[in-house]
Ligand binder design. Structure first.
Ligand code: UT7
Length: 324
């Protein structure tokens, strides 16, 4: 009999209505479409309206993930977010109640851009332990609300959105099985990506240093999970890395030996959506239909904390709604 595993069976995404183009940003700050495309690969991003809060986007993404899996109940709900609706309580109970899932276990994970990888690993542990039989893992962030509108280094990168995955107990040979994970942190890097603890403070990021650390941390994590599952880099069908900068995606592919053509690129249309970026990129890959069940997939992220990690899984048998 095959070994037990948590298996992804549904994916969903949600994006705010408002598209903000590079051209628009160039009319309100000292930047150009050419600079943004060349240095980041981003062409446009979405900005949430007042009514499109983190919990609202998370609820829509979760509904779509449940529909994609063809289920309407779940044992555990985790929201990965660093931009919760309120400092307290957590966003996850609100999302669970919005879905009519009163009484289930629901909590937030705060790991900034690594949040989805952290939450997905946590859900697989919960399923592997037998504590729950199924889980909804949602990455949702609305960082544009915390940006300094005059800071061109952060304003051009970030966008808002949510993505969700539904998992349930199964076996390692089923398409969608989560096969290995690795998670890390180093609090000494706390101020590289943070919102200072002063009234009215904006989000701050030391872009150049983050770039360097992101490449090396994600590359090491990818190598760790490849070794765990015994895959050669050349056999990876899809590298779904946190969508922060196209140059980072290409460098991680080249450092790990994964062909650059296997790196999923979604940031051109949504920018860096923090915890939402990996599930949104997965949803996008599913929508484009260029993945087949059983494909070898590696997810990896780096973010504030600092935090980083990776997951090896196979591509699920799935149909997904396009959130664009
Ligand atoms: O999501 C969590 C993880 N986050 C990341 O992974 C982000 C990682 N960092 C990055 O993606 C890049 O560092 C940025 C996109 C943030 C910045 O790109 P860069 O190539 O590192 O640019 P830089 O900060 O070294 O700036 C180069 C030049 C500077 O001008 P000088 O000093 O050479 O005259 C900047 O002032 O580009 C200038 N610059 C801009 N020019 C036009 C910086 N931002 C902009 C801008 N438009 N938006």
């Amino acid at each position: 009999m095959s070994a037990a595993a948590a298996v992804v069976r549904g994916l969903g995404g949600a994006l705010p209505e408002r598209v903000v183009t590079n051209h628009h940003l160039s009319t309100i700050m000292d930047t150009t479409d050419e600079w943004i495309r060349r240095r980041t690969g981003i062409a446009e991003r979405r900005h949430s309206a007042e009514a499109e809060s983190t919990s609202v986007l998370a609820t829509t993404a979760a509904r779509r993930a449940l529909a994609s899996a063809g289920v309407n109940s779940v044992g555990l709900l985790i929201v990965a977010t660093s931009t919760p609706d309120k400092v307290c309580p957590a966003t996850a109970p609100r999302v669970a109640a919005n879905l009519g899932l009163h009484g289930i276990a629901a909590f937030d994970v705060s790991a900034v851009c690594s949040g989805f990888v952290y939450a997905l690993a946590t859900a697989t542990w919960a399923i592997a332990s037998g504590a729950v039989n199924s889980a909804l893992v949602i990455g949702a962030d609305t960082f544009t609300r915390l940006l300094d509108p005059s800071d061109r280094t952060t304003s051009v990168i970030f966008g808002d959105g949510a993505g969700a995955a539904y998992l349930s107990a199964g076996t390692v040979d089923e398409p969608g099985a989560v096969l290995a994970s690795t998670l890390h942190s180093d609090g000494d890097g706390e101020t590289l990506i943070h919102v200072p603890r002063t009234a009215g403070a904006f989000f701050e990021m030391q872009g150049k240093e983050v770039f360097t650390q992101a490449v090396s941390a994600m590359s090491e994590s990818v190598k760790t999970v490849l070794a765990s599952v015994g895959w050669e880099a050349a056999e990876v069908d899809s590298l779904i890395a946190h969508q922060a900068n196209l140059r980072i995606l290409n460098t991680v592919a080249s450092v790990t030996g994964i062909p650059g053509s296997k790196a999923e690129v979604h940031l051109d249309r949504v920018g860096n959506t923090s915890a939402a970026s990996i599930p949104l990129a997965m949803t996008d890959a599913g929508t484009k239909g260029h993945r087949s069940p059983g494909d070898k997939v590696v997810l990896t992220a780096f973010g504030g904390g600092t935090t980083w990690g990776a997951i090896a899984m196979t591509w699920p048998t799935i149909s997904v709604v396009d959130p664009h």
